[in-house]
Ligand binder design. Structure first.
Ligand code: SAH
Length: 259
């Protein structure tokens, strides 16, 4: 019988090759098979994984070429045949990436599996748009939420009362119930909101409005997925190259005074 291979779940970061870790690059270099996602950095994959068979299992919203069970079966099947399998995922494998389900599937099949963390888009995409998730005196906590399905009333109530910064992934489709729900539970209509689409690509774009106007602004701009939504006073700090240091410092002081 062939000796079983191994499985490595690799966090590929938010789409920029420069944000792949050294460990991720090493795992790709020695991979026999790479199963990759739509949001994983795949443009240079044939160079990064020169010996590997590359398999696209990418999901686009509403269209799933291979379902989750199919992906897990394929991972296990290649490992059983003796391959070193890399499962390359966008961002970090354990942030809304179903990584833990794939690890469980390997455990169930008795296949050795390890996880290489990645730079999550929840943090990196706001950063590349110049938005700090925390800033002394403005925000000392951030909450990362999946907008895949609308939040429940108790979740909206908690979130509206928590303070700090809210980061939403997969939230473009559920933006209206989120924005209206947070306001219904007392969040101010003038709370700043930023939507950053296609971070780290040439098409990266940031739309900024406030909670009361963001739904209309997003619709006018034709905002689409993938995008990261940031709700919080830190959005006012959006550090862009064209602002001078003095103006930035004044802004930070003004925003801190509001909080
Ligand atoms: N595990 C991933 C998240 C998977 S969920 C991570 O840690 O980043 C997929 C969502 O991530 C997308 O709907 C979008 O909200 C966000 N996302 C991932 N890459 C992105 C990018 N380059 N630009 C904007 N949003 C991105």
């Amino acid at each position: 019988m062939t000796e079983a291979g191994t499985v490595t779940l690799v966090g590929g970061g938010p789409g920029d090759e420069g944000l792949l870790t050294v460990a991720a690059t090493a795992a790709l270099r020695s991979a026999d098979v790479v199963l990759y996602d739509r949001l994983a950095p795949h443009s240079v994959l044939s160079e990064l994984a020169p010996h590997a068979t590359l398999i696209n299992v990418g999901k686009t919203p509403g269209h799933h070429p291979i379902d989750q069970a199919g992906i897990e079966a394929e991972i296990v099947q290649h490992a059983r045949a003796g391959a070193n399998v890399v499962r390359l995922k966008g961002g970090d494998p354990y942030i809304f990436g179903r990584g833990s389900e794939e690890v469980l599937a390997c455990h169930r099949a008795g296949i050795p599996v390890r996880v290489i963390p990645g730079v999550t888009s929840a943090v990196a995409v706001p950063a590349t748009a110049g938005i700090p998730l925390t800033h002394r005196g403005v925000s000392r906590l951030f909450t990362v939420v999946s907008g895949h399905v609308p939040l429940t009333e108790p979740e909206l109530e908690h979130l509206a009362g928590l303070g700090g910064t809210i980061v939403v992934l997969m939230g473009v489709g559920t933006l209206p119930p989120l924005a209206f729900g947070l306001q219904r539970h007392g969040m101010e209509a003038d709370m700043p909101v930023a939507i950053i689409e296609r971070g780290f690509s040439p098409q990266q774009r940031t739309t900024i409005a406030d909670l009361g106007t963001i739904v209309q602004a997003a619709s006018l701009a034709g905002v689409s997925s993938p995008a990261v939504i940031v709700i919080g006073r830190v959005v006012e700090l959006a550090f862009s190259g064209d602002l001078g240091a003095t103006e930035l410092m004044q802004r930070a002081e003004r925003v801190a005074a509001l909080g």
